[in-house]
Write a protein that binds this ligand. Structure first.
Ligand code: ARG
Length: 815
């Protein structure tokens, strides 16, 4: 028999801990040292104490020697187990090889063991410390043997043995060894401290069309156990590949603690790791893997901390030539689509697909990749990649990556290697006229086409800024020196939006603004309003606040006294400096609440719905490492607040209870709503009033105007506002929104924004209201929930759709 070796040993390190066992016995033995006997036998007491002390000393010495022996002596041996596989090319697989008790299995296993022994005998280190091997399984291809080899290695020889194993891999890899050839190999698999725990192994063979189920221990009743190492060896019939679909996957976030590995092999060989996963995967974003052969191995490793629900997965087999795994072919016509196998789920390892694309003669090919996630395998496009007429692409590419082929024919090849799979790609091709690559559109320098209206609009739509250079700006745009145009409202806001500082020079104040002595601009309304708004306080200087006004007159900021009744906020500029009409927005949104972490800061918004109840977002009340946001005691609610700095003088309430929606999903922000009960009821006033709740059947028309309010950041990455801000946005159709937000919109969400960008809620607005005006009443249509950045083009704000929760609110609050 000739044995082709398909893998040198990989290694699993196992370090037994005999020291601690002895230590345990010694310790339990010691306190039992016959205290009772001593008490009974008082005449011999001193002698007994001496005896015990001596005994203890002897024991301590023994323990010391044992510890020293096992821990520090250089000739202490540790057990090292290497796992590997080798392929036997001149043997055909027979069913009996699946049964370790069959004579056929035993015969072939013995041959493999002889082969291994002879390989190890070539190396002095390996032959000296070799204990033995065990063949664990065979699989097709022609026949692949999976084995474990055990070595007893002196501590100081560990590295040398690892090296010898790795040398062996090198010797037998490639073709130099003629018939005794190792085709692949892998390095030691070191599982750190995980391996000291018990290891469990399940094996199953999926047959026909039935689906098998594998589950983490205890699932779904109890969390998976700590310190476990569990393996599932999965097999299918010949000519089939295995599909593993995780229906539930919820592990600890940190993969260094707990993880699941999926191998394209029957044993844990590093070279065949398809993926290592931890954390949570939502059922709407499933996790499914396909093997390249009829075997797969799943391992679960857990440590002592943080045990989570675990996973449940289905194992099925699919024919190798099934359309769902087949790929490549000839694509003709003017447009078309193709995807990597199993897209949008993980492509199988060891796969090559070739698409030959042919568009009508005379045209060129444009390829777009709406999604592109191809594992790089470490080095640049050496592992998995897509080759477009000789140009390789790999890694994660931005949405709608573009590539062109200057011919009417071209090939696209997708290659995945033995390890590390990813979700792959979807692609479209279209024919274009070489002389007019962007009909009716603007052609970017990078060949992308964008709408003509996107030229010089302040947004980098081409992704290479070529749509924003050499611009003649509209009058409502800032003309930057470098040729860019930026929205006027970014002028003099302290941020260099042009990139060359043009928007931040000559920042004399705009009309309606007061220029502070330090050149800062504040609203004219803030001059002489009793609070210093300029950092140098110059807006409150020389206000001549005339204290001589009588109680029946109003003191204007400019010193004038007005004797007219109710001059404040009557819409008339009685003072001449408008100070009687400033701050009139107070009370415009009397349901707006500012939720503060007690004595720390504003964190979220909320809305008053009754004397006792507030509505906010569930994501505002999720604990993190620093704060227990879910606890009522963490919060203070400020009601009737306009400027954050006035919080001392407005109504403040502690909370009695917080009820987050039970279905809230922290990963998808679905069901992002929570109720807060105030510790004591409030009295409604001019500045505190509830918002109306919609009925469960309410819908809002696409394009309808809605109002959002809050003290959140005034630009992406910016800081929160001092004064309550309001903005008007439009309702966006959910289907459109779902496309813009990459399929993340559920029926519990609604989208609103200004798609050209610039207006949106932002960090700190969460939990606050999105109100819809109907028959002169303001209804709480939405709750500020999430967004992709803030105010970006084509990225609307996402709000919890309140009508869906009308019943739940009623049930929990009676409102
Ligand atoms: N989640 C954010 C908060 O906690 C609100 C984000 C709203 N973002 C948006 N672009 N509309 O404050």
């Amino acid at each position: 028999m000739d044995v082709d070796i398909d893998a040198g040993p990989g290694a699993m390190r196992f370090i037994p801990d005999p020291v601690n066992k002895d230590w345990d016995q010694a310790v339990t033995f010691l306190p039992a040292s016959d205290n009772k006997k001593l008490e009974k036998n008082s005449p011999g007491r001193i002698g007994a104490i001496v005896a015990v002390v001596i005994l203890a000393a002897i024991l301590a010495l023994i323990i010391g020697i044992v510890v020293w022996h096992f821990h520090f002596r250089k000739d202490l041996k540790i057990q090292k187990i290497y796992t590997g596989s080798l392929s036997i090319s001149n043997e055909a697989f027979v069913d009996a090889y699946e049964n370790p008790d069959s004579p056929e299995f035993k015969k072939l296993a013995n041959q493999v063991l002889t082969q291994l022994k002879s390989m190890y005998s070539d190396s002095p280190q390996l032959s000296r410390y070799y204990i033995g091997s065990q063949v664990q399984a065979f699989s097709e291809g022609s026949v692949i043997a999976y084995y474990e080899s055990e070595f007893a290695v002196p501590v100081d020889q560990e590295a040398a043995v690892d090296q010898a194993v790795s040398n062996l891999n090198d010797i037998y890899s490639g073709s130099k060894a003629g018939k005794r050839q190792i085709e692949t190999n892998q390095g030691p698999l070191v599982l750190g401290n995980f391996v000291s725990s018990a290891s469990t192994r399940f094996s199953q063979h999926t047959k026909g069309f039935v689906e098998d189920i594998i589950k983490s221990p205890g699932f779904p009743d109890i969390p998976y156990p700590p310190n476990s190492f569990v393996q599932w060896q999965l097999r299918g019939d010949p000519d089939y590949v295995l599909k593993l679909t995780f229906d539930t996957f919820n592990l600890e976030q940190n993969c260094t603690n707990d993880f699941v590995r999926v191998y394209d092999s029957l044993v844990a060989v590093n070279k065949y790791i398809m993926a290592e996963k931890c954390g949570y995967y939502s059922p709407s974003d499933p996790l499914a893997f396909i093997s390249s052969r009829n075997v797969m191995l799943v391992t679960l490793v857990t440590n002592e901390v943080g045990n989570f629900p675990g996973f449940k997965a289905r194992v099925s087999q699919i024919k190798k030539d099934d359309p769902s795994v087949k790929c490549g072919g000839t694509l003709t016509g003017s447009t078309g689509i193709f995807t990597s196998p199993n897209f949008p789920n993980y492509y199988p390892p060891n796969t090559t697909c070739q698409w030959n694309i042919e568009v009508p003669v005379g045209k060129f090919i444009k390829l777009k990749f709406p999604k592109f996630m191809v594992s790089t395998g470490g080095s640049i496009c050496m592992g998995d990649y897509v080759d477009i007429v000789g140009k390789r692409l790999c890694g994660q590419q931005s949405a709608n990556m573009l590539s062109t082929v200057n011919s009417n024919k071209g090939t696209v090849v997708f290659v995945s290697d033995a390890s590390n799979v990813d979700r792959g790609f979807s692609a479209t091709f279209e024919a274009y006229e070489p002389t007019d690559p962007c009909p009716d559109q603007f052609q970017c320098s990078n060949k992308r086409c964008v709408n003509r209206s996107m030229r010089c609009d302040g947004w980098n739509d081409c992704r290479d800024s070529s749509d924003e250079v050499n611009c003649q700006c509209d009058p409502y745009m800032i003309q930057c020196k470098n040729g860019f145009c930026k929205p006027m409202f970014w002028r003099c806001d302290g941020v260099d939006d042009c990139g060359d500082g043009t928007d931040e020079v000559n920042c004399g104040c705009k009309t309606g603004q007061f220029q502070c002595k330090n050149d800062q601009c504040v609203s004219e309304k803030q001059k002489c309003d009793g609070t210093p708004d300029c950092k140098d306080g110059s807006d409150e200087e020389g206000c001549g606040r005339d204290l001589s006004c009588t109680v029946s007159t109003f003191a204007c900021a400019n010193g004038k006294c007005i004797s007219k009744p109710n001059p404040i906020c009557d819409g008339q500029n009685d003072c001449g400096d408008n100070s009687d009409e400033s701050n009139c927005d107070v009370g415009e949104f009397p349901w707006q609440v500012s939720l503060h972490i007690k004595n720390v800061a504003h964190v979220c918004g909320a809305s008053v719905i009754s004397e006792r109840w507030l509505v906010t977002a569930a994501h505002c009340v999720q604990d993190d490492a620093k704060y227990r946001y879910s606890q009522p005691g963490t919060w203070d609610a400020y009601l009737g607040l306009h400027k954050q700095r006035d919080k001392q003088i407005v109504t403040k309430r502690a909370l009695k209870q917080i009820i987050p929606h039970p279905s809230y999903n922290p990963y998808t922000y679905d069901f992002d709503i929570a109720l807060m009960e105030l510790e004591s009821p409030i009295t409604y006033s001019e500045t505190i009033r509830p918002v109306c709740l919609p009925t469960a059947t309410d819908t809002y028309p696409t394009g309808g105007t809605v109002t959002i309010t809050g003290w959140g950041a005034t630009r992406e990455g910016g800081s929160g506002a001092q004064v309550l801000q309001k903005a008007q946005v439009r309702i966006i159709n959910s289907t459109v929104c779902d496309q813009l937000m990459n399929g993340q919109i559920s029926s519990r969400m609604m989208c609103a924004g200004v798609l050209s960008g610039g207006v949106d809620a932002c960090q700190g607005d969460s939990g606050g209201p999105l109100t819809y005006l109907s028959s002169e009443r303001m209804f709480l249509a939405g709750v500020v929930s999430w967004g992709d950045g803030c105010a970006r083009r084509n990225k609307p704000g996402i709000y919890t759709f309140v009508p869906k929760f009308r019943g739940w609110i009623k049930e929990k609050t009676g409102v």
